[in-house]
Design a protein around this ligand. Structure first.
Ligand code: UGA
Length: 458
């Protein structure tokens, strides 16, 4: 099928590239001309494992094109995926102005029937507004413009795999034609009829993706309800972690056992600095606002948000307890991205943490395997180290702010030898207290026993 994708953020790029990968003819567009130039020159503006190969292959096979003028992309597709940003407004509402712009453009440029698919995360009832906007601005009343919602559940860092091997594909539609068109689009994924670029022909066995047809309102609600539930789960784990700390229990032991109950599940129970990124925090806020507008008291979501904001304070209690005075002390920070396997630093807890360290007068030297360039743009005052070992050099404390697996595999003897004081403050519970004790470190984390230095002077 001929498909246009409007918006080349991570959702738009992954969606466009993967749709081309499974055999469609895709045109991606963005109003940011510089981004399109980068893509046309073979660059990929984000770090997302496997995405560059998928894009390169699809371009070589002429199934993926980029175009700088969104208006030109409209006639090119029978289906149009809207993947533009819906950033938070100061009051927490999602800013839907980009969706509105796309609606006007599609309505005025469409000369043949189109299926207009909301992929951007939007509050429930946006589809109804989209339909209204399309009919108000259309120049050719005879041209049918159908609207559908197809929320994405892509996680940054594994987005290509998530697209090609989803557990469910949710489509919110109003008629059978839209459902059939979307089913045709996703058929290769649903029937696993594609050459998987992630697993090179050896995809793990597992249940086929569920095809879920709902109303548009339900599809929109599913997305916000899912992300908000994940946020709730993280905040819940963080509160249990605080309690474990006071009671002398171990949060790792507690959540491991909780997660074995299939009604709870093991994911999103990792205690630490809390959730960040461009999705969970903003979706939670937008969901709170939606509930308020509907007169529904969803205060448990507000509590989850408050708990999350307090994680940096909680961590700072540990920093002060360990370092006493922070001013002028060299502190190494490992991790800048909001989670591992991405270079995304938007709403990253690591960035808030560094800001706080700087406010307190620490001399910060940071390292991240992928996110240093993006971090430098927002925190130019920080020194960036070429490796984790360089970040540790002369440090009085080393903070782990993002749980990149490669930090676990560091030569910790070598790290200790480089530090002025062997103190690790693990804000992501990446390492094990017993192992750090054996390696001669002072070690503090969330919800687990601290490893503290014995006083040498009576
Ligand atoms: C999230 C959802 O997981 C996706 O399903 C959704 O499609 C996406 O948002 C979106 O709306 O586009 P993502 O933002 O990539 O995906 O990140 P997550 O994996 O959800 O992690 C979010 C944050 O929670 C990270 O900062 C992570 O470190 C934190 N987290 C996660 C924890 O603190 N503890 C956990 O146990 C899990």
């Amino acid at each position: 099928m001929k498909i246009s994708v409007i918006g080349t953020g991570y959702v738009g790029l992954v969606t466009g590239a993967c749709l081309a990968e499974i055999g469609h003819e895709v045109m991606c567009t963005d109003s940011d001309a510089a981004k399109i130039r980068t893509l046309e020159a073979g660059g990929v503006p984000i770090y997302e494992p496997g995405l560059d190969q998928v894009i390169a292959k699809a371009r070589k096979e002429n199934r993926l094109r980029f175009c700088a003028n969104p208006a030109d992309a409209v006639p090119a597709g029978d289906a149009i995926f809207i993947c533009v940003g819906t950033p938070p407004l100061p009051n927490g509402d999602a800013d839907l102005s980009a969706i509105d712009n796309v609606a006007r453009m599609v309505a005025s440029e469409a000369t043949s029937p189109k299926l207009v698919i909301e992929k951007s995360t939007v509050p429930a009832r946006t589809g109804q507004e989209l339909k209204r906007a399309l009919s108000v601005y259309t120049r050719r009343p005879g041209v049918t413009l159908r609207v559908a919602s197809n929320p994405e559940f892509l996680r940054e860092g594994t987005a290509v795999e998530d697209f090609l091997h989803p557990d469910r594909v949710v489509v919110g539609v109003e008629d059978e034609t839209a459902e059939r068109q979307l089913h045709d689009i996703y058929r290769p994924v649903l029937e696993r009829q594609f050459n998987c670029p992630v697993h090179a022909g050896a995809c793990p066995e597992g249940p086929a993706p569920q095809w879920l047809v709902t109303t548009i309102n339900s599809a929109e609600l599913i997305k916000h309800a899912s992300n908000s539930f994940l946020a709730l789960k993280v905040s819940y784990a963080n509160m249990v972690s605080d309690l474990a700390e006071r009671l002398g229990a171990d949060i790792g032991e507690v959540t491991r056992a909780m997660g074995m109950d299939p009604r709870i599940g093991p994911s999103f129970l990792n205690a630490g600095l809390g959730f960040g990124g461009f999705c969970l925090p903003k979706d939670l806020q937008a969901f709170v606002r939606l509930a308020e507008r509907c007169g529904v008291d969803f205060s448990m979501l507000k509590a989850a948000e408050k708990i999350n904001k307090q994680r940096i304070d909680r961590f700072f209690d540990k920093v002060r307890e360990a370092l006493w005075v922070v001013r002028d002390k060299p502190v190494g920070v490992l991790g800048l991205a909001f989670k591992p396997n991405t270079d995304d630093v938007r709403f990253a807890p690591a960035i808030d943490l560094i800001r706080r360290l700087l406010e307190e007068g620490a001399d910060v030297r940071a390292y991240d395997p992928q996110a240093m360039e993006k971090a430098r743009a927002i925190l130019p005052e920080v020194a960036y180290a070429p490796s984790a070992y360089d970040a540790a050099q002369g440090a009085e404390a080393l903070v782990i702010a993002t749980e990149w697996p490669e930090f676990r595999a560091l030569d910790w003897e070598k790290m200790r030898a480089r530090m002025r004081r062997p103190l690790v403050l693990d804000a992501r519970n990446l390492l094990l207290p017993g192992e750090m004790r054996a390696r001669g470190f002072e070690y503090r984390s969330f919800g687990r026993p601290d490893v503290v230095a014995e006083p040498q002077i009576a």
